[in-house]
Design a protein around this ligand. Structure first.
Ligand code: ADP
Ligand code: MG
Length: 319
């Protein structure tokens, strides 16, 4: 459905996107994951025709964005980082305005308006001025705006940023409910968001693709789990030594200190469940486990590496 090839974007001398390529298949929810400044919004602005690229091609439903911008735009509903809301309008007035803007045939408007209000659950708010809505409701209006014209592709730029936890859950539910009829790209800097709603992931860092694949490629499935992140309180080397002596453990790698606990990446031989013996040995050594969780192939590791490297390196060494 979406085909991005060798996309490069320069802002003056600065290369924001460096030759990136990826595909999003029809019906997929792709998580576009990366720390702040990675190039997510830039990619989305190019994909939706809001900004030209420096080089490369972007195809949506077979149409190339530079050659057929109108056809591409018709297929995409875009929720930008800052939704373009007119706060002095009521929800209904604003959406009518968007119907006009997107030239939706008159005969379809009433029906679509009702469907959208129902879907994003803002029917009760339609007479309210947008400026009087909470952040969560405004985000829903932003969603509603993206759904006008019933585009098959939705591009959502950090749709849960700035929302409180219950609003985040609601927005994720909304996204999941849209998966049946839409191909979705959702950007986020939060790894767990990808696990919660996405079917595939493209990780981007400093304008380059760091990793990509289906979420299930990354997530360990039952039986094949052989990596854990273990968080233990106590002396770092004592913990490392104790875990490494557990039968079946292949490697123990120190990751970082988090408050008073040390985090380790523990790999075990396949088909050996080291959790119980590891618990017992650490308990015997009075080293309490405060968290133990299986991790997938490496989405978490890759992402942690990316974030750590980002902290270590100066932000503007892009050549
Ligand atoms: P993300 O959405 O992943 O946080 P962006 O795509 O917004 O990242 O930005 C990628 C990089 O490009 C950042 O280093 C940012 O500072 C830079 N950038 C973004 N927009 C502009 C612009 N209009 N002019 C110059 N640099 C920009
Ligand atoms: Mg952004």
């Amino acid at each position: 459905m979406i085909e991005i090839r060798n996309l490069t974007k320069k802002y003056g001398q600065f290369t924001a996107l460096d030759n990136i390529s990826f595909d999003v298949k029809k019906g997929e929810i792709m998580g576009f994951l990366g720390p702040n400044g990675a190039g997510k919004s830039t990619t989305m602005n190019i994909l939706t025709g809001y900004m030209p690229c420096t080089s490369g091609t972007v195809k949506v439903g077979g149409f190339e964005i530079m050659e057929n911008p109108k056809e591409v735009k018709q297929q995409i509903g875009y929720l930008p980082e800052i939704p373009p809301l007119y706060v002095d309008m009521t929800v209904e007035e604003y959406l009518k305005f968007i119907f006009e803007l997107k030239s939706v045939p008159l005969a379809q408007r009433k029906r679509q308006m009702d469907d959208i209000l129902y879907l994003v659950k803002i029917g009760d708010m339609k007479k309210r001025l947008i400026k009087n809505l909470s952040k969560g409701y405004r985000q829903r209006v932003g969603f509603a705006q993206a759904l006008v014209g019933n585009p098959p592709v939705l591009v959502l730029d950090e749709p849960t940023v700035g929302l409180d936890p219950s609003q985040i859950v609601e927005i994720r539910k909304l996204i999941s409910s849209l998966r049946h009829d839409h191909t979705i790209i959702l950007s986020t800097h939060i790894l767990s968001e990808v696990n919660a709603v996405c079917s595939s992931v493209v990780m981007i860092n400093r304008g380059k693709i760091a990793a990509s694949g289906s979420v299930s490629d990354f997530t360990a499935s039952e039986g094949s789990v052989n990596k854990f992140i273990v968080s233990v309180v106590g002396n770092k080397s004592a913990i490392q030594k104790t875990i490494s002596e557990v039968s079946g453990v292949r490697s123990v790698t120190f990751m970082r200190v988090d408050k008073d606990a040390a985090l380790f990446n523990v790999e075990s031989a396949k088909n050996v469940d080291i959790r119980r013996p590891m618990f017992n040995e650490l308990a015997r050594a009075s080293l309490p486990i405060i968290e133990l969780r299986p991790v997938g192939r490496s989405m978490e590791e890759i992402f942690i590496d990316i974030v750590n490297n980002d902290k270590a390196a100066p932000a503007d060494d892009n050549k």
